[in-house]
Design a protein around this ligand. Structure first.
Ligand code: NAP
Length: 184
């Protein structure tokens, strides 16, 4: 069982624009051509911050048109927020706040032998890293730059703590890099 931060990023290290737009991402390639189908099959629980969840709320119709459901995840999800956010009908979601270690224990129990996916944003993944709970960072680096936006991972981590274990080209729009976070 691993805790994985799996996300797409611009070449200059942003996962969304400042206005939380992902429009730059969609022309870069098809998720089905990436490692996503294999990845999601091994996920037993997922966690995300409120901005990521609110993107899902705002784009519920588009997500439903593309995936058949406004909430495309079968796994239980933990949404981090200090506010009261509306639920999505039919979605298995718990709203939580505070220390990620307590929530990680709940996610781990639910995931069983499967992995935990930290969907984003970058600081939430950083909170799991700070607690020594992050095992892997898997990034699809898009052939696009944003100049500014929501950061991929606002932490300072040097090699060899971050160890590159694989590289895969996905067409002309993306490269997938998989990093192991060395513990201790
Ligand atoms: N490129 C990609 O593949 C990809 C992947 C994932 C996300 N995204 C996008 O990237 C953007 C990420 O936004 P973001 O960087 O602002 O991050 P985010 O993690 O989605 O949201 C951050 C917010 O989550 C809440 N939060 C975080 N940690 C918490 C904790 N421990 N306890 C309670 N609440 C906590 C706080 O808001 P409140 O307490 O005020 O609610 C915080 O301001 C979104 O637009 C998302 O759609 C892109």
């Amino acid at each position: 069982m691993k805790t994985q931060y799996y996300t797409a990023t611009s070449l200059d290290g942003f996962i969304a624009t400042e206005e939380d737009s992902l429009e730059w991402l969609f022309p870069l390639g098809d998720l089905r051509d990436s490692g996503y189908p294999e990845f999601i099959g091994e996920v037993g629980a997922l966690g995300m911050g409120s901005a990521t969840y609110e993107w899902m709320l705002r784009h519920a119709k588009t997500v439903a048109a593309e995936t058949g459901s406004s909430w495309p995840y079968a796994q239980p999800a933990w949404v981090f927020t200090r506010r009261a956010l509306p639920p999505i009908e039919g979605a298995d979601i718990r709203f939580v706040k505070g220390d990620v270690r307590d929530v990680h224990a709940q996610m781990r129990a639910a995931a069983g032998a499967k992995n935990i996916w930290i969907v984003g944003g970058g600081d939430l993944a950083g909170q799991f890293y700070d607690a020594n709970l992050l095992d892997e960072i898997i990034v699809q680096i898009g052939s696009a730059t944003l100049g500014k936006g929501k950061p991929l991972f606002p932490r300072r981590v040097y090699h060899p703590k971050l160890r590159l274990v694989s590289v895969r080209q996905i067409g002309s729009g993306m490269a997938e890099l998989r990093y192991e976070v060395c513990k201790g």
